[in-house]
Design a protein around this ligand. Structure first.
Ligand code: HEM
Length: 293
C-alpha cells in the first residue's frame, strides 16, 4: 500500500512550482488542513508542514525542527521558515498555475500564500551551471532507506523530512571561470560527468561525499533550476528520514571545522531555507493522524 507522498520518490518532472504559505487565521487552520488533506491531488503534489504549524496544533513530530541560520567564512546560510510548503509537479505551466489557485483556495482563510517559485528541468537534470545534478542519488530501496521514515509507528511511517533552499547563482563569476576551474568547483568533469581524484578538497562532491560521513549521509536530492528575468539558480530540495544527513553535509560545506569551505560558494549562495515534515499517505489522502486530525 502506498504510504509515501508519491512525488518524493517519483521520476523527475519537467516543470514544478513551489508554494510557501504563512498562517493568517489561526482559528481556521484545522479545517483548512483537513480540506487540504482530503482534496489535494497527491499524484502530482507534495505537501510539507513547518514546525510553527505543528506547534500551533499543540503537537510534536519527532525530528521536525526549524532550520537554524548559520554561517561560515564570509558565508551566511539564511533560515526563512514558513508554515506550509507545496511542491507542485507537472508538465504544463497553465495547469500548474490553476492548480496553485485551487490549493490557495483550499487553504484560505487560514493560510496566506507567500513566495511562489517556478522551476524547470534543464536538459537531463542539469543545474544552470551546466553540471548534471542527482548522479549519486540513492535509488530503489536505498532511496526509501535514505528518505522515508520507517519503524516509528502509524502516522509517522511513510513520512519524510525535506530541506528546501533557493540558491542564487552569479553567472558572471561562472562565465569568467575556465572549464577546468569549474570542474574543480564541482569535482566532476562537465564533458563526461566523471569524478576525478585530483579535484581540490574544496570540490563540492568531495565535501558532500555521502559515504565519507559517520553515519553515512545519504539523502534524496530532487532539486530543480529556477529562473526569473535574468536571475536564476537552483531550488535545492533534499528529502531525508531525518535532517541529520542534510545538516552534516551543510556543516561540512561551510568548512567551520577544517577551514575548507565548499567551492560552490564561489558562485552561488542560498537566499532562503526551511525544513518541513511531509506526512505519510493513507487511502490517497494525507495522513495527519500524528496531529490528531
Ligand atoms: C546551488 C547549490 C548546489 C549545486 C549547484 C549542487 C550541485 C551538485 C552537483 C553537480 C553534484 C554532483 C552530481 C551528483 O551526485 O548529484 C552534487 C552532488 C551532491 N550534492 Fe550538491 N549542489 C548544491 C547544493 C547542495 C547542498 C546544499 C547539499 C546538502 C547540504 C548538497 C549535497 C550534495 C550531495 C550529498 C551530493 C552527492 C555527493 C556524493 O555522494 O558523491 N548539494 N551537487
Amino acid at each position: 500500500m502506498q504510504t509515501t507522498q508519491s512525488g518524493i520518490l517519483a521520476e523527475e518532472t519537467k516543470l514544478a512550482r513551489y508554494l510557501a504559505f504563512t498562517i493568517d487565521s489561526e482559528a481556521d487552520v484545522v479545517s483548512a488542513l483537513s480540506t487540504l488533506a482530503a482534496q489535494v491531488d497527491l499524484s502530482n503534489t507534495v505537501v510539507g508542514l513547518g514546525e510553527s504549524l505543528v506547534k500551533l496544533l499543540g503537537k510534536d513530530i519527532p525530528g521536525l525542527v526549524t532550520l537554524p541560520a548559520q554561517s561560515g567564512r564570509g558565508i551566511d546560510i539564511p533560515s526563512t521558515p514558513t508554515a506550509l510548503w507545496c511542491w507542485l509537479r507537472g508538465t504544463d505551466r497553465g495547469e500548474l498555475f490553476h492548480r496553485s489557485r485551487q490549493i490557495e483556495l483550499m487553504l484560505m482563510p487560514a493560510f496566506a500564500l507567500g513566495d511562489v517559485t517556478d522551476s524547470f528541468q534543464y536538459d537531463e537534470n542539469r543545474d544552470l551551471s551546466g553540471y548534471i545534478d542527482g548522479t549519486e542519488n540513492p535509488s530503489g530501496d536505498e532511496a526509501i532507506d535514505a528518505a522515508i521514515v520507517q519503524g516509528q509507528g502509524n502516522g509517522l511511517d511513510g513520512g519524510s523530512f525535506v530541506a528546501v533552499q533557493q540558491w542564487l547563482h552569479d553567472f558572471d563569476i561562472l562565465d569568467a571561470m575556465q572549464t577546468n576551474e569549474r570542474d574543480d568547483v564541482i569535482g566532476r568533469h562537465i564533458k563526461d560527468n566523471e569524478e576525478f581524484d585530483e579535484a581540490p578538497d574544496s570540490a563540492h562532491v568531495k565535501r558532500a561525499a555521502q559515504e565519507s560521513f559517520e553515519p553515512e549521509a545519504f539523502m534524496l536530492r530532487r532539486s530543480m533550476p529556477w529562473a526569473e528575468g535574468m536571475e536564476g539558480g537552483l531550488v535545492f530540495v533534499a528529502f531525508g528520514k531525518s535532517f541529520v544527513a542534510f545538516d552534516a553535509v551543510l556543516k561540512r560545506m561551510l568548512g567551520n571545522e577544517d577551514t575548507i569551505s565548499d567551492a560552490l560558494f564561489k558562485f552561488t549562495r542560498p537566499i532562503s531555507g526551511a525544513y518541513f515534515w511531509c506526512p505519510p499517505v493513507k487511502g490517497n489522502k494525507l495522513d495527519l493522524s500524528a496531529l490528531d486530525l
